[in-house]
Ligand binder design. Structure first.
Ligand SMILES: [Zn+2]
Ligand SMILES: [Zn+2]
Length: 195
């Protein structure tokens, strides 16, 4: 008897409910749902929630003043356009915080850069970090084309954004830089067959 993944209906191991590729995706979906629930609750209980938030923030500031300050700096960097004067005054410090975060989170930087690129091209869809990790895992850390595992994997699109492809996980493949460049702006020759 063959065991089927409850999410994608592909093969799975008998002891698990989901296949390996679906585990991180299901986790991400669960997170998304709980975020939505939290937002709904917040809107329904705004005053109460705000009072709790204020209390918690004050406690945290008292406990970790430095960490709270750095986090604030970073979020003000993210909202740059709202804080032009603040940004000017703290430019060097803000840059340092950002570059340290980037150094500590190379995978997330890559995902964010791709997201920005896709948004620029007005492509539909958005890939989360967990989804990208799942793609790499599904390919066992190997390049989609040359099969090498000793290379850095970059995000490729089966149907390139140039050709109207989406930035949805269903269109994402992990390729080494060389194979990614080689594909260029063409639709991946085997991608559609393998679907
Ligand atoms: Zn599955
Ligand atoms: Zn390759």
């Amino acid at each position: 008897m063959e065991y089927k993944c409850l999410r994608c209906h592909g093969p799975r191991e008998p002891r698990k409910k989901l296949c390996d590729a679906c585990v991180p995706l299901a986790l991400e979906e669960q997170k998304q749902k709980s975020r939505e629930r939290a937002t709904a609750y917040r809107l329904a209980n705004l005053e109460k929630v705000r009072a709790i938030d204020r209390k918690r923030a004050a406690e945290e500031r008292a406990k970790n003043p430095e960490e709270v300050r750095l986090r604030k700096l970073k979020s003000s960097k993210n909202n740059l356009e709202y804080f032009p004067k603040y940004y000017e005054a703290h430019k060097d410090e803000l840059r340092k915080v950002t570059s340290e975060w980037k150094k500590a989170n190379p995978g997330r930087v890559k995902v964010n850069n791709q997201k920005r690129r896709a948004a620029k091209k007005e492509a539909a869809g958005s890939v989360t970090y967990a989804q990208w990790e799942a793609v790499c895992k599904k390919q066992k850390g190997k390049c989609y084309d040359c099969g090498r595992a000793d290379v850095k994997l970059t995000m490729g699109h089966g149907v390139p954004l140039y050709a109207g492809g989406s930035h949805d996980v269903s269109n994402i493949i992990a390729q080494c830089q060389r194979c990614n460049c080689k594909q260029g702006k063409r639709i991946h020759p085997e991608f559609l067959e393998k679907q």
